[in-house]
Design a protein around this ligand. Structure first.
Ligand SMILES: C[S@@+](CC[C@H](N)C(=O)[O-])C[C@H]1O[C@@H](n2cnc3c(N)ncnc32)[C@H](O)[C@@H]1O
Length: 425
């Protein structure tokens, strides 16, 4: 019953990072409990066949339990594993992935040796004078001084911005702040997302003087009441409408609306892995679906005969085209299209297809097209193991599914990037 206290042993980890604890036949999902731990657990919610609970008293703590180094851990919705040593996080994530992706074989996770201040993009809601992250499963804003997974530069800009916005009369028109930062070229883009045009001159002048790495400031207008953060209209307030980064000797432009992998160190490893698994050779004709600003296409173009990238965001396609031109890579082309449908024309003459979809995974139509065009090799890059598992099952009759290679793109969270190669039977 609710509020009962039961002594449980945590026997497994759930996909949301909570522990799955057992007391006889009772199954309890317990926040922040680690596999192997024994605790007295207070039941907070009862369902038909399981309950939810919180740790009342730890009886046998895991040797991998560590004191959280973040003052807002578990208040904000960011990190799931601040109470677990990094090595153990990797082990537990691998087990969670293996459970979701059964019967496919999951390899050890490629670690991020640094695993602090790794995010190069931060999106912060601003409401009623408060700037911070959403509390988990809520719209409450939790303020912070130093987020341990965002970049240190972003932390300092946010600190200054909080002060500057205190005296700003139009502040309530701001909905979000977006900061992007390039790794190699150390450029920062600052985006203000507001419900209408506002005059940010003084704030921008102060910020660019204090933070010379800011090379782009954009006001984005979004007056729609949806959960899409960015609106259509963009006004350049300072510098260029993009920032520049460089990876593996390739220079890239990144616009406000364009996707860029959030963890640069891990992006390098991910791309090496994709290229290695694809066995892309001099004669290979490659289709890179969901290509963003063309990073994978440009990297593959070094070894391929021809690469075509497909992407739905027009700003990203424009970046991809400019990136090819800037790097004098001429065996690539980029197409603005919805990769979930009508890909038959592009699949016709391809030997290798890379797919890197958003969390919802691939459409049944695209999977059918890939199968019916008898594409020899597919490399599937996924940020959501549940949709990956669903999709791999649809490929299974026609393709040998290789080992799953996880890359820890998002340390301290339950999320993980996975790469898998599929070979036509
Ligand atoms: C996970 S990102 C991968 C981007 C790129 N491969 C990279 O490594 O940077 C997914 C990309 O798919 C794009 N996208 C989302 N839905 C799409 C669709 N239906 N068709 C084409 N691209 C889509 C997004 O805009 C985003 O750029």
């Amino acid at each position: 019953m609710k509020n009962d206290i039961v002594r449980c042993e945590c026997v497994d980890m759930a996909i949301d990072g909570s522990g799955i604890a057992k007391c006889g036949d009772l199954v309890v999902f317990v926040k922040e409990m680690i596999k192997g731990e024994i605790a007295d657990v207070r039941i907070t919610k009862e369902k038909k066949s399981y309950s939810y609970g919180i740790i009342e008293k730890l009886i046998f703590p895991s040797p991998e339990r560590v004191a959280s180094d973040c003052p807002i851990a578990y208040k904000c919705g960011g990190c799931d594993f601040r109470h677990i040593s990094y090595d153990c996080q990797l082990q537990l994530k691998k087990e969670i992935l293996a459970n979701i992706l059964k019967p496919f074989k999951v390899m050890d996770i490629v670690p991020d040796e640094v695993h602090y201040y790794y995010r190069n993009k931060v999106q912060i809601p601003y409401r009623e004078g408060k700037m911070g992250f959403y509390r988990k499963y809520s719209n409450d804003i939790v303020e912070f001084d130093d987020c341990l997974i965002e970049s240190e530069t972003a932390n300092r800009i946010i600190e200054d911005l909080k002060e500057l916005l205190k005296g700003f009369t139009q502040a309530k028109k701001i909905r979000h702040i977006l900061i992007k930062q390039s790794h190699d070229l150390k450029e920062v883009m600052l985006g203000f997302i507001a419900c209408e045009k506002i005059d940010l001159t003084d704030i921008v002048d102060t910020l660019i003087e204090k933070h010379p790495s800011i090379s782009s400031v954009i006001l984005n207008i979004n007056n729609k009441e949806t959960n899409v953060i960015l609106g259509d209209e963009e006004i350049l307030l300072y510098g260029k409408p993009y920032i520049m980064d460089e990876f593996h000797g390739i220079k890239v432009r990144i616009s406000l609306k364009s996707f860029y992998q959030v963890n640069y160190r891990q992006m390098l490893k991910l791309y090496e892995l994709i290229r290695e698994l694809s066995e892309c050779g001099e004669g290979s004709r490659v289709l890179d679906l969901y290509c963003g600003i063309g990073t994978i296409s440009l990297f593959m173009a070094e070894t391929a005969k021809q690469v075509t990238g497909v992407e739905i965001v027009k700003e990203a396609v424009a970046n991809a085209k400019e990136n090819a031109k800037m790097n004098r890579i001429d065996n690539v082309d980029f197409i603005l299209a919805d990769a979930s449908k009508g890909m038959d024309t592009y699949l016709k003459d391809k030997d290798i297809v890379i797919v890197d979809p958003p969390r919802k995974g691939l459409s049944a139509e695209l999977i059918d097209s890939l199968i019916s065009h008898e594409i020899g090799r597919i490399v599937y890059v996924s940020c959501n193991p549940q949709t990956l598992a669903r999709d791999l099952k649809l490929f299974e009759n026609a393709y040998h599914i290789g080992k799953i290679h996880p890359v820890d793109m998002f340390p301290y969270t339950i999320h993980c990037e996975c790469v898998v190669r599929l070979d036509k039977k």
